[in-house]
Design a protein around this ligand. Structure first.
Ligand code: ZN
Length: 660
């Protein structure tokens, strides 16, 4: 690996003399996923702060929990009293729960984030800067036969190599003991076997570049043995029934988990290559890259055959048995659902309760799969004993989080598919479901849809819903990405130019029926197999006030929407037995949509001899109706509040005298 240090950038950061360079090189470390992933690793700088009494205090600014090195900024560094940390390090014993309380007590700013669990370790190193990463190459070597000796030989006597112990206070004590009387000026770094590496210096750049140099040595070691770049690659053609199997897997996993989960199928060459290895099942069940990962991914992968359900159940049975073997009476068993799985010949599968965690699992798995093949090529991938892995996964700090519990957003873990999502009501629906925690698949014919939401929560796909093959492709992409479809918001439509029946243009008529009616049927038909495997499944059709109260000149539109309302009623009857609810909402006069340009609005207002403002509020409640109002009703219809309702048609129009 290469140093990313750039003096011009560094000079910009250095305008903040206390934290600037610390922020800069932390971001450089965070940018390299071979060094740290998602909140992994931590950094610190020692400095001074003047307290309210005008007295200077020695401070350790250390990464706060909840911050990522790649994006860390000044508020991400928690200021902790250095002498307090050093005093804690001298204690013979301290539980990690007590340690975390002491770390908060030692903060100089009560609003700061909780200091990293490694804060005491950082305090023990006397240099100004300390960098700690979980470099893949270093950890992978330590997870191979003779790895410890190999690392000792590689780094020589100027790098301390320490056996694995639990992170937190025990690790701080280990470093404290191991460095008693050591000449820090000669020490280049500390390797923590199966965990990571620490470098340090009074100069920020020197500490960062020593990290780069030491990790490069490990990478060179892998290159010299022909191991680097040795990971398998492969391709697979997905079969239609594989998507059904994924949706079944997601349903079964959610039932085991006790709440909705998302599932992702990784068909990248690396994932397929790994899943095609004869010994993939054996390697993938030995253990993680570093025990730390087991908090996110469980200690190992599940192994799935073509029918993935037995493999999921097998993992759950093994997981519970393992818990019984290692647990103490005070431990609470976590859910038994695998987070990663080798799907034989097909690739890797990831499972998580929300899109953020799904991405974490995917990233960790991709690095682990590569490192496992390095370890295998070095003589055999080896992980820590099961008890060590258990101790970390069931670390008291992690168990405490369970007791605090976290409220789930209403739609967390559920998948919503919205058509016509680029603008108007469709876009408002995407935003409204995202705000409620859903994973959303946003379809539109507009190419910009793929970039419209730069969020892991939204998958934007180009799709012409009048084309059956477009629909099929989009659904497969959706199920491959999130594992299923729970809610369909069938919205895509258009309002054709006004045209009386006596002079109806055939194309206008047929195009309107194709988009405003037939496309909804085809989409529903294609979604039914997935909705049938969905979690609290439902369909929301976006109808129109024109169904109960048509207007002259809008025949092509009104007839199609009336057909849509009838489609929804039949669907409610047919799908009720599968637990799929189908409801329709009828918006009217939603003026912030593409249909209503300023000119059209002005013309309509004129024809009623009203001002535009009065025309907008021309309803019983005298209110305007926005896309977001319609979206709110769509969310409500998809949610718990409508759990006993199907076949309903609800207006969202401010009250219309002709409808009431
Ligand atoms: Zn660490």
């Amino acid at each position: 690996m290469l140093s990313l240090w750039n003096e011009e950038d560094a000079a910009q950061f250095a305008r903040d003399p206390q934290l600037g360079l610390r922020i800069y090189s932390s971001q450089l470390l965070g940018r390299d996923t071979d060094l740290v992933l998602h909140g992994g690793g931590n950094t610190s700088v020692k400095g001074r702060l003047r307290n309210v009494f005008g007295k200077d205090e020695e401070v350790l600014f250390v990464k706060g929990s909840g911050w990522d090195l790649q994006t860390i900024a000044a508020p991400g560094f928690a200021p902790v009293r250095l002498d307090y940390l050093r005093a804690l390090a001298a204690l013979p014993e301290l539980s990690d729960t007590d340690m975390m309380r002491e770390l908060r007590l030692a903060l100089l700013d009560p609003a700061a984030p909780t200091p990293s669990v490694e804060a005491i370790l950082h305090a023990l190193v006397p240099t100004r800067y300390v960098d700690h990463t979980h470099a893949d190459a270093v950890v992978a070597i330590s997870n191979s036969p003779g790895g410890e000796q190999a690392l000792r030989a590689l780094y020589g006597k100027d790098v301390l190599v320490l056996p694995y112990v639990m992170p937190g206070f025990i690790l701080a004590r280990q470093v404290h003991e191991a460095t008693r009387g050591v000449d820090w000026s000669r020490l280049q770094g500390i390797v923590l076997l199966h965990h990571g590496i620490i470098t340090f210096d009074d100069d920020c750049r020197a500490s960062y570049e020593r990290m780069v140099a030491l990790v490069s040595k490990a990478e060179d070691y892998l290159c010299d043995r022909g191991v680097w770049g040795s990971a398998a690659a492969g391709t697979v053609t997905a079969q239609t029934q594989d998507y059904q199997r994924l949706a079944s897997l997601r349903l079964a996993a959610s039932q085991l988990f006790g709440a909705p989960m998302l599932v992702r199928w990784d068909r990248s060459p690396a994932a397929v290559g790994f899943a095609g290895l004869a010994n993939a099942a054996s390697i993938a069940t030995r253990g993680p890259l570093t025990p730390d990962h087991s908090i996110h991914t469980k200690p190992h992968s599940a192994v799935l055959d073509a029918d993935p359900l037995p493999g999921l159940q097998q993992f759950a049975d093994d997981y519970r048995a393992r818990f019984s073997r290692h647990a103490q009476p005070h431990h609470t068993c976590l859910d038994p659902v695998a987070r990663t799985a080798v799907w034989r010949e097909r690739g890797m599968v990831y499972l998580a309760q929300d899109t953020r965690r799904l991405q974490v699992v995917a990233d960790i798995s991709q690095h682990t799969v590569r490192a496992m093949q390095w370890g295998e090529a070095l003589g055999g991938w080896t992980a820590l004993p099961a008890q060590d892995l258990f101790d970390l996964e069931y670390w008291e700090l992690e168990q405490a989080k369970l007791k605090r519990g976290a409220a789930r957003a209403e739609f967390e873990g559920r998948v919503v598919l919205v058509t016509g999502a680029a603008s108007g009501i469709g876009r408002a629906c995407v935003d409204a479901f995202v705000a409620k925690g859903a994973a959303v698949v946003a379809l539109d014919i507009v190419p910009g849809i793929t970039q419209q939401w730069r969020s892991a929560q939204v998958l934007g796909l180009v799709c012409d819903v009048t084309r059956g093959e477009d629909i099929q492709k989009a659904l497969e992409a959706a199920v491959g990405h999130f594992g299923g479809i729970d809610i369909l918001v069938s919205n895509a439509g258009s309002f054709p130019a006004s045209c009386p029946l006596g002079s109806m243009d055939d194309k206008v008529w047929e195009d309107s029926l194709a988009l405003n009616l037939s496309a909804h049927m085809r989409l529903l038909r294609a979604c039914v197999p997935f909705l049938s495997l969905g979690l609290q499944p439902g369909v929301v059709f976006i109808g129109s006030k024109n169904v109960p109260a048509p207007g002259p000149g809008a025949g092509a539109y009104s007839v199609a929407k009336a057909g849509l309302a009838q489609l929804a009623r039949v669907a409610a009857l047919e799908l009720g037995g599968k637990g799929i609810r189908v409801n329709t909402l009828h918006p009217n006069a939603v003026f912030d949509t593409g249909i209503w340009s300023e000119d059209v609005l002005a013309a309509r207002a004129r024809s009623y001899q009203m001002s535009v403002e009065d025309y907008k509020r021309n309803n019983v409640l005298g209110c305007t109706v926005q896309s977001s109002d319609v979206a709110r009703l769509a969310v409500l219809m998809a949610g718990e509040g409508f759990s006993r309702t199907t076949g309903a048609q609800v207006p969202v129009d401010g009250g219309n005298e002709r409808v009431i």
